[in-house]
Design a protein around this ligand. Sequence first.
Ligand code: GLN
Length: 496
Amino acid sequence: MARLSSFALHELSAKLAAGECSSVEIVNDLLDAIAERNGELHAYLWLNAEEARAAAAEADRRRAAGESPRSPLDGLPVALKDNLSARGQPCGCASRILEGYRAPYDAHVVERLRAAGAILLGRTNMDEFAMGSSTENSAYGPTRNPWDSERVPGGSSGGAAAAVAGGLALAALGSDTGGSIRQPASFCGCVGLKPTYGRVSRYGLVAYASSLDQIGPIARDTRDAARLLGIIAGRDARDSTSLDAAVPDYEAALGERLDGLRLGLPREYFGAGLDPEVERAARAAAEQCRALGAEVFEVELPHTPYAVAAYYLLATAEASANLARFDGVRYGRRVEGEDPTDLYQRTRAAGFGPEVKRRIILGAFALSHGYYDAYYLRAQKVRTLIRRDFEAAFERCDALLAPVAPTPAYRLGEKTDNPLAMYLGDILTIPVNLAGICGLSVPCGFTPGGLPIGLQIIAPALGEERALRVGHAYEQATRWMEKTSHASPSAIRGQR
Ligand code: GLN
């Protein structure tokens, strides 16, 4: 019989309701799976084992007493990326500078999870301060891809995706500034959703680039992603950019067919540099959507080639300001000095890793007097052009289909000494963040070597229902997710 940790959240929710298993059994099975495999994968940085067991026992007690569930997540465990604050837990952003820091309050999304009765299982590895695409920038060592432990899981939410794909978490919350939910989901063969900017409150998320950051789910399938989004979305006065828009019933939008939908294939996203296997899988997925009733045609997003340069100026500029607060005085680690300036310098020199330092320096430079117009201001103008590209495309179609990343998961170390090569790998996810719209990653097959490939479904602002509808119909027709999360990699290689 399949172990409990191999099911989706919505399947376990049904099992709990039917009395076929208990929350304690689910949590224990996940903790067993973590004990078996986290040493190899290094997906979790910290576990909340005792509290999770106690919360599960409490959920079981409430259920036994006949109380109705607080939500469809009641009694079910979820993992958190290490940059989301949960009261009393470490929130280290995989950085030495936050060693020893414990969050004094809950992020908005964590409040929502707790109120829904969800259990916080542990904290997942990430690139330091979410800066990276492979999780190799974690100060605590990289996470490995469950499909091939010589390969990266993607990043920056690589620990979350590896945990979900490797059977160590049922679902997780991550953050996506330039692809950090969608790209690891695609490298690990799970579902990842970056909501519209403002759909989910960022209160309690450690800021990287505030005009781009968004929190979203990484899950086993689209139904679970829809369910989680329904719980975390909505207006929160503590994040002034959070949108005052009604939260729809995302699961109600899920169906089997795509009749009447117009789907665009952005020509620039299928250009030079795209791995042929990734292209083949994405085009086959587009054909599948056509077979499900959608109209599929090519569209243009002409400013795509400028997106990476604009993003790496804007994101680093914002990061240079956001990370000024880690000065050795208020949070985490401190290295004493002769005077305050010396203390700041020593603390930051010892606490930040090389990629974080590179970005703070780059961002401070881009903002500095005399260079502002040449770099920051021009990048802002490019951002507007990219947003307009999407607006024009969405006049012709309802959603876009594209690959998530130009290649499948690469080998550990392959890009670590070439930051530019690493940055260029973000070309297909960054434009969505610059435009503030939403993007969903769903599994769409495997390379001949057995590595997962992801399909990206891009929808306009607040178009999450539409993206999930497309993703769900595609997923139900192909059922790649069964192969990714419900069986072991070797079994899948055999049956592929
Ligand atoms: N890889 C991109 C970066 O390093 C995106 C990271 C993210 O979305 N947090 O900035």
